[in-house]
Design a protein around this ligand. Structure first.
Ligand SMILES: *Cc1c(COP(=O)(O)O)cnc(C)c1O
Length: 230
């Protein structure tokens, strides 16, 4: 991996967090939702363990990482924290055992095979979400909507795992409104299958996500700054 980007100073991080909190409060107020109905998941990928420690010191308790290997490196420093770690990147089934040890929540289940591997793995992970692929982009992982019912059935047959919701990542666009149809679609799928958690919305489109019912927003850049190296 290229050298890490410059992590924010504690003062920068505090200011970024205040701005993000203000955006969340305003979006919740507009949607007539309580602030507590939205979990702020701090996406710390690429940044060093120190950034997680600094965010934890400011009160954040849920962190998102994309890669098992990267979490493995940070784990000695951050796993002792009173915090929950969510895997939000694609998981290959040959890494499922290690992922089950490192993460509390895995948001990217996309096949019955991966679900079975995780259920068999000893470890801490018990809560899972299904990543749904709602666009035709080739590079995106996730379960196709047509396969969702079967995957939900497979997960509900595995008592070791608790399926709580759906996650999606719309195609990237500068325009936050471009993501809204994907957010609406994810909410409809979750309602159909009676799943309470909706993980959707990132730094640039959290307002639209909250308006459409997000219960977990995944925020990286707006908290920690650009991931491009300094
Ligand atoms: C990196 C990442 C995010 C955070 O994106 P930002 O635009 O930096 O807030 C959210 N979700 C997933 C799945 C990611 O990979």
């Amino acid at each position: 991996m290229a050298s890490a980007p410059r992590p924010p100073t504690p003062a920068e991080l505090a200011a970024n967090l205040a701005r993000v909190e203000e955006r969340i409060h305003r979006a919740c107020a507009r949607a007539s939702r309580p602030r507590e109905s939205v979990l702020l998941l701090a996406v710390s990928k690429v940044f060093p363990a120190e950034a997680i420690l600094a965010a934890h010191a400011l009160g954040l308790r849920d962190f998102g990482e994309n890669y098992v290997q990267e979490m493995d490196r940070k784990a000695p420093q951050v796993r002792p924290l009173d915090a929950r770690f969510h895997l939000i990147g694609h998981l290959q089934s040959n890494k499922s055992r290690r992922a089950a040890e490192l993460f509390d929540v895995i948001q990217t289940i996309d096949s019955p095979k991966l679900a079975r591997r995780l259920a068999e793995a000893p470890g801490r992970v018990r809560e899972v979400l299904i990543e749904v692929k709602l666009s035709e982009e080739e590079s995106k992982y996730g379960c196709a909507p047509a396969d969702l019912a079967a995957l939900i059935d497979a997960l509900r047959a595995l008592p070791a795992l608790r399926l709580t919701g759906l996650m999606t990542m719309p195609p990237w666009s500068d325009d936050p409104e471009a993501a809204r149809p994907y957010f609406v679609r994810l909410r409809e799928l979750a309602q159909t299958h009676n799943l309470p958690q909706l993980s959707m919305g990132m730094s640039h489109d959290l307002e639209a996500a909250i308006q459409e019912g997000a219960t977990i927003i995944r925020i990286g850049t707006a908290l920690f700054g650009s991931r491009r190296r300094a």
